[in-house]
Structure formats: C-alpha cells, structure tokens
Design a protein around this ligand. Structure first.
Ligand code: ADP
Ligand code: MG
Length: 439
C-alpha cells in the first residue's frame, strides 16, 4: 500500500508567502513573513490571530485577489494567479444588493460560471434551502434580520459548490445568540456531509469559536504575521463548551497566545518586553479599561490573580480586547502574565487601593520608565523652548516603522495615557502636544 492512500488530498498549500506594502513615507511594511500552511480535504482549519496580524491579507492571497510579494499559493497543485473557480469566500458582513431579492442575490454567485438559467435557479434554491432560508426567496434584504442576511451571504458562497470555503470572521458582526445558532447549523451540515465543499479555512480572533469548530488551529502572530503554532483539536463532535476537555484546550491556547516572544512563545498576545524602542506598537487601550481591569483582578473572587478565559467571560470581553488591556498592564508592570493567568504586581495591588491623584502619579512614573515613546515625547517637549510640538512631528517618525493605521493608534494611546498621567497635554483642534506643567 502506498503512503498517499492514507492521507487526504491537499486542497491548498501556502509556501513561504511574504507580503509587504509600500509606506506613504517611503520604505515598506512587512505584513506577512514566511507563511506556510496546508489544507486537506475533509478538514476545518482555524486561523487564530489578533486584529491587524494580516489574516485578511492572507485570505485575499489564497482567494487569488492579491499576488503575494514573495512565495506562492497552490490550489489543487496549480499556482494561484487570479480568482480560482473552486474557491469561495465568506466575509464578516455581506454587501447584498438592496434592490435584489434573496434568490437574485444568491444567484449572483453563479453569474461568472455561465450556467443555464434554469440550472442556476435550481442551484440557488438548493443553497437557500440548505442554509435554512426556505420561504424567504422573494424577500428583500431590508425585510430580513442581520443573521438571515449573513445566511444569504453563505448561500451565495455555497451556490458555486466550491472545493474550498474561506471564511473571514463570519460570525463576529452578529449578536451572541444568532452567531451560535449559525455556527451550530453550519457544523451540523458539515458533519452530515451536506455542504457541497471539501474544506474550510475559518479566520477568527475568537478562541472558543476556533475550538468549537475546527479540526486543527493555526496560531498566527502579529508584526509580521506568521504561523507560530499548530494545535490539533481532538474533541469528539458535537462539542460542548462546558466539557472539561474543551475548557482545558481553551486555557492552553490562551496560554500559548500570551506567551512572550522572549520565552520562545508565539508572541501573538503580549508584546516583546525586551524591545525598548520608541516605535513599539502600543495597543488602543483607555485608562478607564486599565483601571477597570486592575480593580477587577484585585477584587473578589480573584484577589490579585485570575485565569484569563474566566476573566474574559466574567467581564464580557472578547479574548482580543482582554489581551490588549492585559498586555498594557504587563507593559506598565502592573501585572504579570504567565501560564494563561494574570497576576497583579505589588504596584498593581497598590494602584487598586489608591485615590485618583496617587494613581495619576504612579501611572506617570510607569509611563516614563516603561513606555519609551511617552518618554521620548516628554523629552522633545522639554527641549523645545515653547514646550510644544505638533502631532505630525511624532506621527511621521512612527510611520517609518509601522503602518499609518498603527502609527495613529500607537500615538493616540501614548497621548491618552500621557494626558491621564498629566505628563503632557494635547489640543485636539490644533493637533498640538504640550507639557502639562512646564517648569
Ligand atoms: P487582520 O485581518 O488580521 O485584521 P489585515 O490583513 O486586514 O489584518 O491587515 C494587516 C496589516 O496590513 C494592517 O496593518 C493593515 O493596515 C495593512 N494592510 C492591509 N492591506 C493593505 C494595503 N493594501 N496597503 C497597505 N497596508 C495594508
Ligand atoms: Mg481581517
């Protein structure tokens, strides 16, 4: 017997893919670096990474919408150049045409395939039926709910009977219950073999969703995006979120995602604290959420130490948002993250018990010692005779090292934190930074 009979066929293969974009200020921004992955027939694979890590860029390359800067993607053994007939994509929200009915919107998916009208109608009706929209064929998008509109989007992708379905955060714009119903329906169809597709790639930033739906999970890092871990999900279907095995795997993935690069981890969560450059990307986190998280961990039932997944549930936060706040606490040395737990440091405990004036002082000290960009802004303002500098002075500097978007977020965070700490002031109208209390 040959080896190949025991392995499912490869559907798509990504080899050494690299993607960079030119920066407005010159030079380039590397979004994807040495990305490798293989999807086989019969599997649902999750691509789990934080926002801005390059997941959508990778999907666009796999769908043939973008040519990568380097490396290649092979669909059923053939290099992808341009959209492939066997690949369909599902987006976070669909642009349905408001003047077309559900049936007409779904049939649109077949336009490019030049299928005879009667056959096209039959396939569209089947797809609508499959996805649970039977009876809504003649409804217009404005007459149906957001969850139903997303179902129409799925039907539009399935109607072409693609071999590969790429899903880009397809549940993240829906409310909790609608999202869970749609997930369960899709999983049922998949398990019953009723989906006219061979394999699915699910992009998500939701750990539980990945564990619920996927056969294996690829953990994606940020800056640049790269696959840093592969985690098989050996839990029988249908899966129950409350099962011990399920909870344990969610915990394990939280742990992997919060492991810093300096510990040999995937760095998908916490920034590399060994870096001390002013061009380190800062997460968009408000001082209110910083104080809120410190207070929550300090209080009962945690008393200074909390399990991240439990905390996320408790605070109704997505993993993505919680990571951002948690990594800020770590950056400011208000907390340590280890093994999927977050633990307040001595300073964190003290902060929780102080009034707002002491909090501001503590914050200022930490900002100037642990956030090089904040210290840099302060130094520039100190040195200028008027103690003022325009926003653009710093934005341009950051744009040499990161995307325009990241530069804006990073500078915004530094400014908001600095304002709270009364280290510097910012005049929104004139886009001008100044020292709060010039001495
Ligand atoms: P994700 O889907 O993981 O949130 P994206 O793939 O959308 O991430 O974006 C990753 C990074 O690439 C972002 O910093 C984004 O600003 C940048 N980016 C994406 N497309 C372009 C483009 N066409 N030109 C310049 N930068 C881009
Ligand atoms: Mg995206």
């Amino acid at each position: 017997m040959s080896m190949t009979t025991e392995q499912s066929k490869t559907v798509i293969e990504v080899r050494k893919v690299r993607q960079s974009f030119p920066r407005p200020s010159g030079g380039e921004l590397t979004v994807l670096e040495d990305v490798n992955m293989t999807l086989r027939e019969g599997e649902i694979v999750g691509l789990l990474g934080r926002s801005g890590s390059g997941k959508s860029t990778l999907l666009r390359i796999m769908a043939g919408l973008v040519e990568p800067t380097g490396g290649s993607a092979l669909f059923q053994g053939q290099p992808i150049h341009g959209p492939a007939a066997g690949i369909a994509m599902v987006f976070q929200t669909f642009a349905l045409f408001p003047w077309l009915t559900v049936l007409q919107n779904v049939s649109l998916g077949l336009d490019a395939l030049k299928i005879p009208e009667a056959e096209a109608r039959k396939r569209a009706l089947e797809a609508i039926d499959l996805i649970g929209m039977d009876g809504f064929e003649s409804a217009y998008p404005k007459e149906i709910s957001g969850g139903m509109r997303q179902r129409v989007g799925f039907a539009r992708a399935l109607v072409v009977h693609p071999d590969l379905l790429l899903m880009d955060e397809p549940f993240s714009a829906l409310d909790v219950l609608t999202a869970e119903t749609l997930r369960t329906d899709l999983l049922d169809l998949w398990s019953e073999g009723r989906m006219p597709i061979k394999s699915i790639l699910l992009v998500t930033h939701n750990i539980e969703e990945a564990v619920l739906m996927c056969d294996r999970i690829l953990v994606f890092s940020s800056n640049p995006g790269r696959v840093v871990a592969e985690i098989p999900v050996d839990i029988p279907r249908p899966r129950n979120r409350l099962d011990t095995k399920f909870r344990r795997l969610v915990d394990h993935i939280y742990e992997r995602m919060t492991m810093p690069a300096s510990a040999g981890g995937p760095q998908a969560g916490v920034p590399d604290l060994s870096g001390d450059s002013i061009t380190k990307v800062l997460p968009r986190v408000s001082t209110n959420s910083i104080a809120g998280l410190i207070e929550a961990i300090a209080g009962a039932p945690y008393n200074g130490r909390a399990d991240l997944p439990v905390l996320a549930d408790d605070m109704h936060m997505s993993a993505d948002v919680l990571f951002s706040v948690a990594e800020t606490l770590q950056l400011l040395r208000f907390a340590d993250i280890e093994g999927g737990d977050i633990r307040l440091t001595e300073a964190g405990r003290r902060f929780a018990n102080e009034d707002v004036n002491v909090r501001k002082q503590m914050f200022a000290e930490r900002l100037l010692s642990h956030v090089p960009l904040a210290a840099h802004i302060k130094r520039v303002l100190d040195e200028r005779p008027e103690h003022r500098a325009p926003y653009s002075r710093f934005a341009e500097e950051l744009e040499d090292a990161m995307s325009e978007e990241q530069a804006e977020e990073t500078l915004r965070s530094a400014i908001n934190w600095g304002r709270f700490a009364e280290v510097f002031a910012y005049d929104e109208n004139r886009a001008m930074l100044s020292l709060d209390n010039p001495s």
